[in-house]
Ligand binder design. Structure first.
Ligand SMILES: Nc1ncnc2c1ncn2[C@@H]1O[C@H](COP(=O)(O)OP(=O)(O)OP(=O)(O)O)[C@@H](O)[C@H]1O
Length: 452
């Protein structure tokens, strides 16, 4: 958790009476003030306040929202993570909505009620803290040693550790996990962390190639082997010589090819179609499937002897829905990537979007999340990505962050603690350090949230 004593809040208000009144609203914040756009930007640049309350009617044209809306845009482009709460006149709903569309976190209509404003500021700060925690974990590489793998989930971190251990051993690896869980990413990591890293990584999806072509694709063929075989062609196995061959969806391999693959794994030689000699090939094989191989074996659709051969080392990859905190972490990662790729200045996710991402079950796993964020980055109307932009609904929820302050705080705290623990591999002293609390405090929070 961030140090509460340095929670900074900037009030942008030109009316001296209101300014004084607002100053007294916010307990537990270091309050800064500004009277116009220029001063506001200077304060944001200098102090980076987490929260800004912004009166839309600013000089030189206090009767109009133009200056306030311009200030809002400049604040967000200077520091997109700032949570701006727009303060408007009682009959100025239209400008308030415009401000939200341009990235304001929330709006508040006068007359000022100190308790309500304090509550809104507290909620905004919790969201700010959560996002800050996410950004920090991402900056630190989230503790995963594997290239291209983003995770803070303890189960996935264990998977990464396993991959690290088995990569240098030249044994066949079987990766088991649902579609889109990152099997290919992990297969590449196996290759990268092995002595074969400077050779080829060759991937072939056994389910994507028609059965009659798969054999020649894998083993290659000699000229004249079949009609249309006008020249000698080497197969994917041979092409991977010295490197790693990734056989994706190995569960979909037809039985006759299973026998051929088994022979290759036993003898380490191949025969091209129409060929007369055996060719020795030195490749590391990594297989993957989303299928339940034991069920396929019971049905006689997968050879048991091949199963034992390919599962010398097998790794189970958990679905995204079971990984704590990973959906939001990955969402930020993809947002960063796609806004650079597509040159879009999205400032982040609106709270309802983050809540929806956290609660969704992700049947299509990381691939689904990646596609949804790509589309939202391209299609969103405002600077922030909202739950609407994500285009999916979360059952049994209204898509909003918890409204009760205590619930919001509990959710934010337990999520930050989980992340800190996974980041430090369950080391309490280090986790307490990361969170900026004492060890006894962390123990009591662990008790409170039933975390082990
Ligand atoms: N932990 C992760 N961190 C970052 N990106 C990831 C992670 N896991 C998956 N991805 C990305 O998600 C997409 C799907 O991953 P990948 O292709 O490895 O899944 P898969 O399990 O092999 O899917 P399939 O079974 O459908 O082939 C890829 O674009 C990949 O880069």
């Amino acid at each position: 958790m961030l140090d509460e004593s340095v929670r900074k809040l900037l009030i942008v208000e030109d009316d001296p009476g209101l300014k004084t009144q607002l100053r007294w609203c916010f307990q537990g914040f270091e309050v800064l003030v500004a009277e116009d756009r220029e001063q506001a930007l200077a304060q944001v640049e200098r102090h980076s306040p987490a929260i800004v309350t912004l009166d839309l009617g600013l000089p030189p044209d206090p009767a109009n929202a133009t200056e306030g809306l311009a200030a809002l845009e400049q604040i967000l482009s200077l520091r997109p993570e700032t949570k701006v709460i727009v303060v408007t006149g009682s009959d100025d709903r239209e400008n308030a909505l415009q401000a939200i569309a341009r990235g304001a976190y929330d709006f508040y209509q006068k007359p000022v009620d100190g308790d309500v404003l304090q509550l809104i500021a507290e909620r905004a700060h919790r969201v700010y803290e959560l996002e800050e925690e996410n950004r920090r974990l991402m900056r630190q590489g989230t503790g995963t040693p594997l290239e291209g793998v983003i995770t803070a989930d303890p189960q996935m971190l264990r998977v990464c550790k396993t991959i690290e251990k088995i990569a240098p051993v030249d044994a066949t690896v079987l990766l088991l996990g649902d579609s889109g869980t990152g099997k290919e990413v992990l297969a590449r990591a196996v290759h990268q962390l092995s002595a074969r890293r400077d050779q080829r990584f060759v991937a072939i999806n056994c389910a994507a190639i028609p059965e009659n072509l798969l054999e020649s694709e894998l083993f290659g063929y000699e000229k004249g082997a079949f009609t249309g075989a006008t020249r000698q062609t080497i197969g994917r196995i041979e092409y991977a010589e010295g490197g790693t061959l990734f056989l994706d969806e190995v569960g979909d391999l037809p039985l006759p090819l299973q026998a051929k693959l088994l022979r290759f794994l036993q003898e380490r030689v191949i025969e091209r179609l129409g060929g007369r000699g055996e060719i020795p090939v030195d490749v590391r094989v990594v297989c993957a499937t989303h299928q339940k191989l034991d069920a396929l074996m019971a049905d006689g659709r997968f050879r048991e002897d091949l199963y034992y051969r390919i599962s010398e080392l097998s790794v189970n990859i958990p679905p995204l829905g079971e990984r704590h905190g990973d959906a939001v972490l990955l969402a930020h990662h993809f947002l960063d990537r796609f806004r650079r790729q597509h040159g879009k200045g999205r400032s982040g996710f609106a709270p309802d979007a983050l809540a929806a991402i956290e609660r969704y079950s992700w049947p299509g796993n990381v691939r689904e999340l990646e596609n949804i964020i790509r589309k939202a980055v391209i299609m969103a109307d405002g600077p922030q990505i909202t739950a609407d932009d994500l285009g999916f609904t979360v059952p049994e929820s209204n898509g909003e962050a918890p409204i009760k302050l205590r619930d919001a705080r509990d959710q934010a705290e337990s999520s930050a603690i989980r992340r800190a623990l996974s980041r430090t591999n369950g080391n309490i002293a280090q986790a307490a350090d990361v969170l900026g609390v004492s060890r006894p405090t962390l123990y009591s929070l662990l008790n409170k949230f039933g975390l082990k």
